[in-house]
Design a protein around this ligand. Sequence first.
Ligand code: NAG
Ligand code: NAG
Ligand code: NAG
Ligand code: NAG
Ligand code: NAG
Length: 394
Amino acid sequence: MKRTLYKSACLALALLVAVTIFQRSLTPDQFLQEPLPPTVESPQTGNLVKANSFWKSPEDVVAPTPMASEAPQAWDVLTTNCSININLTHQSWFQNLEPHFRQFLAYRHCRYFPMLLNHPEKCEGDVYMLVVIKSVITQHDRREAIRQTWGQERESAGRGRGAVRTLFLLGTASKQEERTHYQQLLAYEDRLYGDILQWDFLDSFFNLTLKEIHFLKWLGIYCPSVPFVFKGDDDVFVNPTNLLEFLSDRQPEESVFVGDVLKHARPIRKKDNKYYIPPVMYNKPTYPPYAGGGGFLMAGSLARRLHHACDTLELFPIDDVFLGMCLEVLGVQPTGHEGFKTFGISRNRSSRLNKEPCFYRDMLVVHKLMPKELVAMWELVHGNLTCSRKLQVL
Ligand SMILES: *[C@@H]1O[C@H](CO)[C@@H](O)[C@H](O)[C@H]1NC(C)=O
Ligand SMILES: *[C@@H]1O[C@H](CO)[C@@H](O)[C@H](O)[C@H]1NC(C)=O
Ligand SMILES: *[C@@H]1O[C@H](CO)[C@@H](O)[C@H](O)[C@H]1NC(C)=O
Ligand SMILES: *[C@@H]1O[C@H](CO)[C@@H](O)[C@H](O)[C@H]1NC(C)=O
Ligand SMILES: *[C@@H]1O[C@H](CO)[C@@H](O)[C@H](O)[C@H]1NC(C)=O
């Protein structure tokens, strides 16, 4: 316990040092005028990425252990070395693409980036379900609403099962002015709540796939034995009680992958659509089955196999489709479930169903609620709600 506390304290301090150095562009020597434990004086400490592992002995950090070929002991990408792929830039099909596709393709080979904020301790102890939420640096209000509602950590998932822990997954701000203003706030937020993982890549729509593979790699290193993972967006309503009830008759060894599953979905070829994919990027008529990224559940064991499966594929710009491609490599079919309404309860936006708490009470995941609506709906669902009948969705 003391050791854990010491580690956490070191970690917090290291992150603080790292973030501050990063932001003020101080050299480590300038910064070290403040009193710090002796271990921090190693010249490597100025390097942001070493911060998370600096309490380990130098041999641990430098020399890869024999097991390193299977899974590294710590995040092992320590520098960003991502240069544009000049093989593409001269090709005419490439030049004819829209700018964001060119940007995606030109950097597609850069698969892993260093960590800026990490929580190696997140899965210490007995953890039953890890809840991870895709978020961006500016959406602080959404994270706050989730912490107050469905993202609350609990020490027991009930019925003698382990804890439920929560993490937000972030990249860096996509605009320079946001980066300087928000990074420091984010580090502060993380010190308060200890629930942010951040990697050093731009948080853009097409980089969501990077977020997916970074998380899977992270899980294999820091959370290798968690039975279940829920992954979702930051604008959904989740009913954790129903998730846990759903999981209660599943075994962690099963290849559980459950969500709002789309089968035979066709790539969108209309250029003005957010999900437009040109035929040069994907020429098959349909995508493999995949679960909508709004929220899905998977077994931890499957997540670890997915990490290796994804590593055999070229990145695809739509993250949930990409995960479907990885599942296809494993030969695992995602399972559709009525309780995942990641496209909203009713596609008719003005439908009263979308505001009906009795529906939310019986669902697992519902898209899409803004922070205030989320908190209000959560209170309604957990207040004295009288519903005429319980839907049979579980
Ligand atoms: C970055 O990668 C290039 C080519 O892969 C290599 O030549 C160069 O030395 C690398 N730079 C660093 C700082 O690792
Ligand atoms: C560019 O092409 C060369 C030769 O075919 C290949 O070795 C290299 O890996 C390619 N670079 C990238 C970034 O794909
Ligand atoms: C993804 O992030 C990397 C690293 O920050 C950046 O170089 C690249 O341009 C980004 N890609 C897209 C499509 O935004
Ligand atoms: C959507 O729902 C509203 C209210 O229930 C209804 O009046 C309207 O006709 C519906 N629109 C469509 C296109 O179904
Ligand atoms: C729920 O109802 C009970 C009894 O009717 C009442 O005492 C309690 O204050 C109510 N709770 C809320 C949150 O409205």
